[in-house]
Design a binder for this molecule. Structure first.
Ligand SMILES: NC(=O)c1ccc[n+]([C@@H]2O[C@H](COP(=O)([O-])OP(=O)(O)OC[C@H]3O[C@@H](n4cnc5c(N)ncnc54)[C@H](OP(=O)(O)O)[C@@H]3O)[C@@H](O)[C@H]2O)c1
Length: 288
């Protein structure tokens, strides 16, 4: 792909020890024979601005991933934003272009491609999203931008869901957005096509789990953004009730492929690479 010296990439977050990004990008780099170094950067919120300024001046850096808790805070240190990053107000990929820092949000494409792979038709659908954090906003953006009919956002802190849907209503007037509290009775609906779980409930070592008394609509698709473990309580509950399910590994891989294409360029035979990367990550996660 025509790079003369080794490329520097990385991921900044706090904490960062758990990140799968080095495993993903080192694997892609080996497959596509593009030499690079990919570093984990544990950056506290206090040090974010200085670190971004230092990387901006270092021409060896092509870009980096941004993860929790910096996805929103990094915006004020960048020179330009993609339309998705501007809409969501969150960045997970930065690229240096002619000394300027450009911010992107590839979670959006990660979610969109995951739904497409499941042959899910977004236009006209009725969706329920659990959670109102950054991942939920990205999912709601995908649903609104592709003309979902109705999106209900269920959150422990209902005020946060209300703030979120207010901003979405302005951006996507063709989709009906509603905010509801977690209490089961308030959000059970007779017709739902898609459930998206975007909270850490059920994540490895998180402690709390998803409410296992929930009753889903059987014909819907259930999508859990959590990828460790691969089979979550949410997915098991949905599968037990007859729903098709998809876990967070697909989204993780698609957002990484989109990041690679922003940094390096188009990946030939993307679907085959995605399939192989998923196998690689599954065996990596089984070993660790
Ligand atoms: N597969 C992928 O590529 C991918 C990408 C991004 C995120 N994710 C996953 O998506 C999930 C959400 O990430 P995020 O970035 O949106 O996180 P976030 O911004 O911190 O939001 C967390 C959400 O979970 C809710 N929550 C947290 N603890 C809870 C509890 N004990 N009971 C009920 N609700 C609780 C929060 O509710 P309150 O508002 O009430 O606090 C909030 O709505 C995480 O599991 C993350 O790993 C996956």
């Amino acid at each position: 792909m025509g790079f003369e010296s080794e490329i520097k990439l990385g991921v900044m977050g706090h904490p960062i020890g758990h990140s799968l990004s080095p495993t993903i990008f080192e694997w892609i780099s080996n497959q596509l024979k593009v030499p690079l170094t990919y570093s984990k950067m544990s950056i506290s919120p206090r040090d974010l601005g200085n670190t971004v300024d230092t990387l901006k001046k270092d021409a060896e850096w092509l870009g980096w991933n941004v993860t929790v808790p910096h996805k929103e805070a990094v915006l004020s240190h960048l020179d330009a934003l993609s339309p998705e990053a501007r809409g969501i107000r969150a960045v997970n990929v930065v690229k240096r272009i002619d000394g300027k820092l450009h911010g992107f949000n590839t979670d959006v494409l990660g979610i969109y491609n995951t739904l497409c792979e499941q042959n899910f038709k977004i236009q006209g659908c009725t969706a329920v999203i659990f959670g109102a954090g950054g991942a939920s906003v990205a999912a709601a953006h995908v649903l609104g931008a592709n003309f979902a009919s109705k999106v209900s956002v269920i959150n422990r802190t209902v005020e946060r869901a209300e703030r979120m849907v207010q901003a979405l209503r302005d951006r996507f007037p063709k989709t009906h957005f509603a905010a509801l509290p977690m209490a089961t009775a308030s959000w059970s609906q007779p017709h739902v096509d898609l459930y998206i779980h975007a909270t850490p409930l059920g994540m490895k070592n998180f402690g709390d789990s998803f409410d296992l008394s929930l009753k889903f609509v059987e014909s819907a698709l259930a999508f859990d953004m959590i990828y460790v473990p691969e089979r979550t309580p949410f997915l098991d509950l949905a599968a037990d009730q007859g729903l098709n399910t998809v876990g967070g590994l697909d989204m993780l891989i698609w957002q990484a492929i989109a990041a690679w294409e922003i940094w390096i360029g188009e990946i030939p035979d993307q679907l085959e690479l995605k399939r192989q990367l998923k196998c690689h990550l599954q065996s990596f996660l089984n070993r660790n």
